[in-house]
Design a protein. Structure first.
Length: 280
């Protein structure tokens, strides 16, 4: 008989774009807890959505914007096409670290391998050294490659978790140029229309008439609520017409519902991706 007061939670299978020790993996650990999840690596964001929709994964994690690079526009289309519900969000600081085999020193390095974006994020540090830069598919895969191949003259740029999992030594921590680099991830699930009573944020898109002032009219009806995100993206079947993604932050659900009703009165179409708790 189990002890009174002890609860056992089933493991969740979480689909991520990338591999173990990637930043998607770290974000999943941060949101769900590392001891509660099993990671399902996927090659593309589209595969993440498909895994969630099909039930192969319980939930998924998908990057949606970066504080430096901006919005990941194709992922808004995935949200729309796959009809998934946003259940939450994660804001993760992106810290890039230079790592090598345990007995390698800085003077042994001849080349640095990582994802192209990671190399770009660390370019000021890398420019100080005469190393050859090698682009790879994923930061974590670069760390794995060096560990498995025993590459003494190659360093990887990846996360602390990658160094921990693959037994590498961080020889230079946080070499990314911008120390305030964050990525926002959306937590995805199959649509069930359930709303957290403590929710204080919503993500949705709307369409307007293709007329002068239509966007302004839509935004002007919002009252007592914070518009924290406004992103246009094209409608493939209607050239030069756009949808508008918005994130709304509010103090109570009644404020959100009242503003949603107002928005319905001045737009052609609205689709709510999810109502959830702010991740900040």
């Amino acid at each position: 008989m189990p002890a009174v007061g002890i609860f056992y939670y089933p493991m969740l299978k979480i689909a991520i774009q990338g591999y173990k020790a990637s930043f998607h993996h770290i974000a999943a650990n941060q949101y769900f807890g590392s001891d509660r999840i099993e990671i399902l690596p996927c090659d593309t964001f589209r595969q993440v959505a498909t895994a969630v929709k099909s039930g192969e994964a319980d939930m998924g994690l998908m990057a949606i914007e970066n504080s430096i690079a901006g919005s990941i526009i194709p992922n808004y289309s995935i949200l729309q096409d796959e009809n998934l519900q946003v259940a939450g969000e994660v804001y993760l600081p992106i810290k890039q670290n230079l790592m090598v085999l345990p007995d390698v020193e800085l003077e042994d390095i001849r080349e640095v391998e990582s994802h192209s974006m990671a190399l770009l994020q660390c370019i000021e540090y890398l420019d100080e050294h005469p190393w050859k830069l090698i682009e790879s598919e994923d930061t974590a895969l670069s760390a794995q490659h060096i560990a498995e191949q025993g590459l003494r003259h190659t360093a990887a740029i990846a996360s602390e978790l990658a160094a921990e999992i693959y037994g590498l030594k961080i020889i230079a921590p946080e070499i990314n140029t911008n120390k305030s680099n964050y990525t926002r991830f959306m937590v995805l699930k199959r649509f069930d229309h359930n709303t957290d009573k403590l929710a204080n944020k919503a993500s949705l898109y709307f369409k307007t008439d293709h007329e002068e002032g239509s966007l302004l009219r839509a935004l002007s009806v919002l009252e007592g609520i914070n518009l924290s995100k406004l992103q246009s993206y094209p409608i493939p079947s209607e050239p030069w017409h756009y949808m508008f993604h918005i994130d709304l932050e509010f103090k109570c659900l009644d404020d959100y519902i009242r503003n949603l009703d107002r928005l319905h009165s001045v737009t052609k179409e609205i689709h709510v991706y999810g109502v959830y708790r702010n991740g900040k």
